[in-house]
Ligand binder design. Structure first.
Ligand code: CP
Ligand code: NVA
Length: 310
């Protein structure tokens, strides 16, 4: 993509792409994953560089982007707040201007969504959201691809969200609006999802339940996340008390569809937001979900840099 090309796209939240672009990405993911499993070399990104900026910790996001970029023939630069001028108050606009003159693609994990939007506004190259306080779109891309792999289309299905009204919950809601499924939300009082803040307009794409069991009833997928997200550690003790009934267990899985899947973006805390029996049980697809981060992000990087193939 040439600098400033009008077709340049960022992936900052789910709404940045349309349903038919997701259909394309999921099909590309399938092809790219199959090639990888067959040990077929596929290197369309030779000489391309991805800069990854982490202002929060990561295992999966770093490894999946880094391994994925190398597998496609490109290279990566890994930056953190502590070892760059970002942590020493260089304006984000200046950082964006400089980094985007030297690399082809940027992935950022940071705090406020406003920060990544500010970066993207001054970037010459596509920017990918690797998690903000508000959204985690790469994870939802992987989750939906994993659902499709196991159960087919997610359209018309019910996803039960049990737990914090956090970045993952917001992103599920946006995905439901774009892709035509429904989210059944159950969060402790005081930790609700704010659909307006999540960027969702269609009230038909979610339903709120007081009790997590009610949210799980008839669901095709049950999912949760940590009680305390990165950046909210000061609230840890308060949250441990508030969330005690929002632990996905066998009883919740039993009222979901008989073939319901369980997902968790990981890292998980067994005995807190999910029991070990569910996380390590037969309905759990969390390891496929983690692996698929790499495959969907390879398709995403290919799309943002090269457009549609073929
Ligand atoms: N799920 C996820 O984003 O994991 P990391 O925090 O390890 O990157
Ligand atoms: N909601 C979690 C997701 C971690 C991948 C967080 O933001 O810390």
């Amino acid at each position: 993509m040439k600098p400033g090309a009008s077709l340049m796209k960022h992936f900052l939240q789910i709404k940045d792409l349309r349903a038919e672009e997701y259909a394309y990405l999921f099909e590309r993911t399938r092809i790219i994953k199959t090639r990888f499993k067959n040990y077929e070399r596929y290197q369309p990104l030779v000489d391309r560089t991805l800069a990854m900026i982490f202002e929060k910790a990561s295992t999966r996001t770093r490894v999946s982007f880094e391994a994925g970029m190398y597998q496609m023939g490109g290279s990566v630069v890994h930056l953190t707040t502590g070892d760059t001028h970002l942590g020493r108050a260089e304006p984000i606009e200046d950082t964006a201007r400089v980094i985007s003159r030297m690399v082809d693609l940027v992935m950022i994990r940071t705090f406020e969504q406003a920060k990544i939007e500010q970066f993207a506004a001054h970037s010459r190259v596509p920017v990918i959201n690797g998690l903000t306080n508000e959204y985690h779109p790469c994870q939802i891309l992987a989750d939906i691809y994993t659902f499709i792999e196991h159960r087919g289309s997610i359209e018309g299905k019910v996803v039960a969200w049990v737990g914090d009204g956090n970045n993952m919950a917001n992103t599920w809601l946006q995905a439901a609006e774009v892709l035509g499924f429904k989210v059944h939300l159950s969060t402790p009082s005081g930790y609700e999802v704010d659909p307006a803040a999540a960027g969702v307009r269609d009230a038909g794409c979610y339903r709120v339940f007081n009790h997590p069991l009610q949210a799980c009833e008839g669901a095709h997928l049950v999912t949760t996340d940590v009680w305390t997200s990165m950046g909210y550690e000061a609230e840890n003790e308060e949250r441990r008390k508030a969330f005690v009934d929002w632990c996905v267990d066998d009883e919740m899985m039993a009222v979901a569809q008989p073939d319901a899947l369980f997902m968790h973006c990981l890292p998980a805390h067994r005995g807190e937001e999910v029991t070990a029996e569910v996380l390590d049980g037969p309905q759990s697809v969390v390891w496929d979900e983690a692996e698929n981060r790499m495959h969907v992000q390879k398709a995403l990087m290919e799309y943002l840099l090269l457009g549609r193939i073929g």
